[in-house]
Write a protein that binds this ligand. Structure first.
Ligand SMILES: NC(=O)c1ccc[n+]([C@@H]2O[C@H](COP(=O)([O-])OP(=O)(O)OC[C@H]3O[C@@H](n4cnc5c(N)ncnc54)[C@H](O)[C@@H]3O)[C@@H](O)[C@H]2O)c1
Length: 320
C-alpha cells in the first residue's frame, strides 16, 4: 500500500510512518514543519515540505505519487492556545483539512484515517465515554476536530470516500527516535519528565480538589505504539472495503495526576518537583474512553499502555 501521511514529522505521525515502512508500505510525508521536526521523519519516507492547505502542491504530490490512502495527522494541537487564537485554529485545522479532502477526492484517494480527539466530547456526562456520548466541545480545538469529522461524515454519505476518525485520549509514551516534543507543551508526562531532568521549572498540578479519589484529574493514557497500530488496522479495514467508522482509542483505565507522578518517581528514581495550584478552567475531572468499537471493528486492543511501560518508554526516548 502507498500512504500519504500528513503531519508525519510530528510525534504520532512519524512513528506511524515508521511502522508502515516496517511492514513494507510506501510512505509520502506531507508536513510544513511548523511544529514538527525534519529529523524524526523516517529515512525510507519521501518528505514533501508544504502545508496541507496548499492545494497546488497537494494536487501535484497526489498526481506524482498516486497513494491508495491518506492518514491525516497534521494540525495544531494545543487546546489552551486554541482559545486564544480561534481563527488560526479554524483555518489550520478545518480550512486546510477541507482543502486537503477536496484534493484527495479529486485525485480518487477515497480512504482517509483522521486524527480526532477526546476533545470532541467536552464535559463528560458518563464514564467511560463511548462514541455515542454527546459531542459538545468546550475548546476551539475540540470544535475544529468535530467539524472535520462532520465533513468526513457527509463526504462518506455522498460516496466520495470512506474514513476512520480515531478519537485519541491522551497520547503518551515514546519509542527510539520518537518522543513528545511539542513547541507548546501542555501534556503532563513530557512536562513532568522535563521537570525531573531540570530542563523546565517545577511542574504545576492544576487542581487538587476534584471529585476523584485523590483530588487530581484522571486521564486515559495511550501508548504511541498502540496508536500507530490502530492506524495500521484502520487502513487495513478501509482497504478491505470496510465501512466508515468513528472509534475512541484509549485503555478504559484512568490514572490521576498524582498516580502519574508517583509512577514517574518509581520508574525514574527521582521525585517530580511539583507545585499544587488552582484548577484551570475547562479541565474535566475525569476522561476515560470505552474503546469497544476499535476492538470490535478493527480488532485493536492496546498492548503497550500500562502506565509503567508508557513512562519507561517516554523517559528512555526523552533521555536519548
Ligand atoms: N498528542 C495527543 O495527545 C493527541 C490527542 C488527540 C489527538 N491528537 C491529534 O493527533 C495529531 C498528531 O498529534 P501530535 O501529538 O503528533 O502533534 P505534533 O505537533 O507532534 O504533530 C503535528 C504535525 O503536523 C504538522 N503540521 C501542523 N499544521 C500543518 C499544516 N497546516 N500543514 C502541514 N503540516 C502541518 C506539524 O509540523 C507537525 O509535524 C494532531 O492532529 C492532534 O490534534 C493528538
Amino acid at each position: 500500500m502507498r500512504c500519504l501521511v500528513t503531519g508525519g514529522a510530528g510525534f504520532i505521525g512519524s512513528l506511524t510512518a515508521e511502522r508502515l515502512l516496517d511492514r513494507g508500505d510506501e510512505v509520502i510525508v506531507l508536513d510544513d514543519l511548523s511544529t514538527g521536526h525534519r529529523e524524526v521523519v523516517p529515512a525510507g519516507a519521501e518528505l514533501v515540505v508544504a502545508a496541507v492547505g496548499d492545494q497546488a502542491v497537494v494536487r501535484q504530490v497526489l498526481a506524482d505519487t498516486r497513494p491508495d490512502a491518506c492518514i491525516h495527522f497534521a494540525g495544531l494541537i494545543a487546546a489552551g492556545e486554541s482559545m486564544a487564537e480561534p481563527g488560526r485554529y479554524f483555518e489550520a485545522n478545518v480550512g486546510e483539512s477541507l482543502a486537503l479532502l477536496e484534493e484527495l477526492i479529486r485525485a480518487g484517494v477515497d480512504q482517509v484515517v483522521f486524527s480526532s480527539s477526546a476533545a470532541v466530547y467536552g464535559e463528560p456526562q458518563s464514564t467511560p465515554m463511548g462514541e455515542d456520548h454527546p459531542t459538545v466541545p468546550t475548546s476551539v480545538y475540540g470544535a475544529t476536530k468535530l467539524q472535520v469529522e462532520q465533513a468526513l461524515e457527509w463526504m462518506s454519505r455522498q460516496g466520495a470516500l470512506r474514513y476512520a476518525a480515531l478519537r485519541y485520549f491522551n497520547a503518551a509514551g515514546g519509542s527510539e527516535g520518537h518522543r513528545e516534543d511539542h513547541s507548546v507543551e501542555s501534556h503532563l508526562i513530557p512536562l513532568a519528565l522535563a521537570a525531573v531532568a531540570g530542563q523546565r521549572p517545577v511542574l504545576q498540578v492544576f487542581g487538587t480538589d476534584y471529585p476523584t479519589p485523590d483530588g487530581t484529574c484522571i486521564r486515559d493514557y495511550i501508548h504511541v505504539e498502540d496508536l500507530a497500530a490502530a492506524h495500521l488496522a484502520a487502513l487495513d479495514h478501509l482497504a478491505a472495503g470496510g465501512s466508515s467508522l468513528v472509534a475512541n482509542l484509549g485503555t478504559g483505565r484512568g490514572y490521576s495526576v498524582r498516580e502519574v507522578l508517583a509512577a514517574i518517581e518509581s520508574v525514574v528514581g527521582r521525585p517530580v518537583p511539583a507545585l499544587m495550584a488552582d484548577r484551570r478552567p475547562g479541565d474535566p475531572a475525569e476522561l476515560v474512553a470505552s474503546s469497544k468499537t476499535a476492538a470490535e471493528m478493527l480488532g485493536w486492543i492496546p498492548l503497550r499502555s500500562s502506565l509503567d511501560e508508557i513512562i519507561a518508554d517516554a523517559w528512555q526516548a526523552f533521555e536519548r
